[in-house]
Ligand binder design. Structure first.
Ligand code: COI
Length: 360
């Protein structure tokens, strides 16, 4: 598909861009352009274009504003030492977008259109890709229902867009271990619900729990499955891992309620290469506490595209806190996998799995 080019007449001044890139934070600043592809029932995808970044004109009756028919993705573009810009496993994001689309009754987007869209945006706004340690350009593809209609049914008009935002550490400042809050009042997903879809509603539903977390000094929430034996599911915006008995990496199995994290999948693959025993299985809160009390729990960490890999220092709960062992970044499982992942993503280590794709 041809993308029409409507480039901005008012690009950000280079000095202002340099100021933003010197301390990008996460999700606060956006590049000069956005890619858009519209969809209409009967016609399919049409009017692909790149246009200046700016507000979207939506009818107040647009169904996304009422019924939340929305999905999104997150992936990053990295600056290599040779000046090229590359991204990591974008086909996984394209495929997951379509899994989410099916669950939210949105149209599927052909994978090549997804890849062309991110490539065009990154090539156009390549000057926005930071090159600092752990920095990247975070790409946020998303799809919304734009039809003005208040009946509850899948919309007949939809828009797919990609925006881009220079990114440093998701949690702000330097990498540090974070405490997390155990949500006992709220669940993230129910069986048969939208847990494994990447839809805005899942994140909206996590916010009341996150407010509770913030009251306890935590910026992330851990959700359990309250309908069963309190199996661990995931954090508000990332998957969770445990290292036990020194050589075994455990993460909750994908059971329909848990997000199929691209970083999660990559961590499992790198861990197997490191010779660790990898287990995707049900792990209950009771087992977690028992492993800790027996001295068998070595590490707890969170991972996601935005957060990369971040160690967890403590689980705060209404009944008291569980404190996890202090870990050394250079020798810990999380630290070694994080370094290897970042090295592959930034071209410092060989991409033996063929996961990198050049964008610019
Ligand atoms: C990501 O890790 O890319 C996410 O989408 C998590 C969060 C920022 C919503």
């Amino acid at each position: 598909m041809e993308f029409a080019q409507h480039l901005t007449q008012n690009p950000t001044a280079p000095a202002r861009r340099a100021e933003i890139l010197s301390d990008p934070g996460f999700g606060q600043y956006f590049t000069d352009h956005t890619v858009v592809i519209d969809w209409t029932e009967g016609t399919g995808w049409h009017d692909a274009r790149i246009e200046p970044y700016g507000p979207i004109a939506l009818d107040p009756a647009a169904s996304v504003l009422h019924y939340g028919q929305e999905i999104f993705e997150g992936l990053k573009a990295y600056r290599f030492a040779d000046g090229s810009v590359q991204t990591f496993r974008p086909e996984k994001n394209a495929a997951r977008l379509n899994t989410s689309a099916r669950r939210l009754a949105l149209p599927e987007l052909p994978e090549e259109l997804f890849l062309e869209a991110i490539k065009l945006l990154v090539a156009t706004d390549a000057d926005w890709v930071p090159d600092g340690d752990g920095e990247s350009l975070y790409l946020r593809p998303f799809m919304i229902s734009t039809e003005a209609f208040l009946g509850v049914r899948p919309a007949k008009q939809v828009s797919f867009r990609v925006i881009a935002s220079p990114a440093g550490n998701y949690f702000g400042g330097e990498l540090h271990a974070v405490p997390i809050w155990l949500s006992e009042k709220y669940a993230r997903a129910g069986h048969g619900g939208t847990g494994e879809a990447k839809c805005g509603g899942n994140y909206a539903a996590s916010l009341a729990a996150q407010l509770e977390a913030e009251e306890h000094g935590c910026s992330q929430v851990l959700f359990l499955d309250p309908t069963d034996d309190y199996a661990v599911e995931e954090l508000g915006g990332m998957n969770v891992f445990f290292v036990i008995d020194g050589d075994t990496l455990v993460t909750p199995a994908l059971n329909g309620d848990i997000l199929h994290g691209v970083t999660r999948d990559s961590v499992l693959s790198f861990a197997a290469d490191l010779g660790l025993t990898v287990q995707e299985r049900r792990i209950t809160f009771a087992e977690w506490k028992q492993l800790l009390s027996e001295g068998r729990l070595n590490e707890v960490f969170a991972c996601g595209t935005a957060a990369v890999i971040t160690p967890v220092s403590e689980l705060r709960t209404a009944d008291g806190n569980l404190t996890f062992p202090d870990t050394d970044q250079a020798t810990s499982v999380w630290g070694r996998i994080r370094q290897h992942l970042l090295d592959v993503q930034t071209g410092a280590a060989e991409d033996t799995k063929g996961w990198m794709r050049r964008l610019a």
